[in-house]
Design a protein around this ligand. Sequence first.
Ligand code: ZN
Ligand code: MN
Length: 497
Amino acid sequence: MFIPTIGLEIHAELKTQTKMFCGCLNDGLEKEPNKNTCPVCLGHPGTLPTINKEAVQKVIRVGFALGGTVADYSQFDRKSYFYPDLPKGYQISQYEFPIVKSGVLNGVRITRVHLEEDAGRLVHDREGKSLVDFNRAGVPLMELVTEPDVKNAEEAVAFARELQLILKYLGASDADMENGQMRIEANVSIAPENAEQLGSKVEVKNINSFKAVHDAIEYEIKRQEELLNEGKRVTQETRGWNDVKRVTESQRTKEEANDYRYFPEPDLPPMNLKEAFDLEALKAETPELPEEKRRRFVQEFGIPKEQIEILIYDPELAGYFEASASELGTQTEKPDYQLLANYLTSDLRGLMKTQGIKLNELNPVRNSPPSGPSGARGAGEISNGIKIPPEHLAHLAGLIQQGTISSRIAKDLLLKMIETGEDPENLMKTNNMELISDETKLGTIAEEVIAKNEKSAADYKNGKENALQFLVGQIMAKTKGKADPSIAKTILEKRLK
Ligand code: ZN
Ligand code: MN
């Protein structure tokens, strides 16, 4: 029986205006190679770096959000290694004096969070040539290192997901794993239960998704177990996750820290963070984090965990829900938040997906920047006229809750809302979508349905409960979904007694 010990190293590109040590734009979406470059980030001799204050501030915020200690004193160091996309031949990083020390997340202790610069990107073309794009070189990169407190693959994924959310909530990073804004490395070792020493550590790189985090760790634990069971040794090394073969492959035997020849960066001044920033103010500005929001959503709205996760995962969606929920609260005495959450997380999100609409397009009043003199459009309007502000969704939920419209009609209404941008109440009236609950009217329709479906009527009289459901369905079809199903049911029951 072997016990795994796992530590994580997570890099995240920070969302800043400019790069870490120069004035070039930090734009991960730039398609033109080498556009955002200058002599500094290209490593030309004689150039001098300057520290991006915004990046330092973002790491400080991350530190506070993780309950860490922000150092009074911090400095940059040179980490020397050769790689074609690293133009200076060294990376400016931090060694002995990181910005953040300690902290904890999901029960995993955090060793440190430091700041460094990203490398460029190698592009391998079809003819076998390799090209280098330096747009990413010098982009501020945060590195977080954990203590080896992670016990299995699931915990590693949970940690990484929660960190990703926190980075998004702080606006520190978009932390998208698919495009490399967040990159995870796992240090995995195993040792017999009660062993005094940890086993040889294997560092797994090239992990590009949460699924890969999980699978790479599981694979590595199993591989090491098999080696030890065969009486072999685990080599301390760096391995890469092969996403196609689903295996880890040896890359190189692990280098030691002193291979990098760290030394203090002579071109940058040391940082006295206490003097440079109002740390107390930064701490106080920590926004509501995902865990707090979860707890509050359970308390305030009483909706299921899975649904809360969908909302929490996208801070913008969570904000939209809250705005809509507070509107629903003013409309009805007992607001049905569950109903509202259902329409938002399933129906509306589904529609947005099929129509390719983003949340900020749904709610342009709140999210679009004010249009300048050149913009002909007025506030709250967008070119294609699509918009469902949170109030409208709340009105829709209210109409369903009060029984004014059926859930089937609600789907049609939602589509009309997205097309016209109008309030559901007006749309319902102009399109004659109100629920038919008039008993005389429904009675006549029930008679017709019974006459047309004599066999089902007889079946029901003979005790076949299912037949009644069929007849209700016929009434719904005849009224194009506008009949109040519960009244239709009662009327049928009465007539068939
Ligand atoms: Zn530059
Ligand atoms: Mn690093």
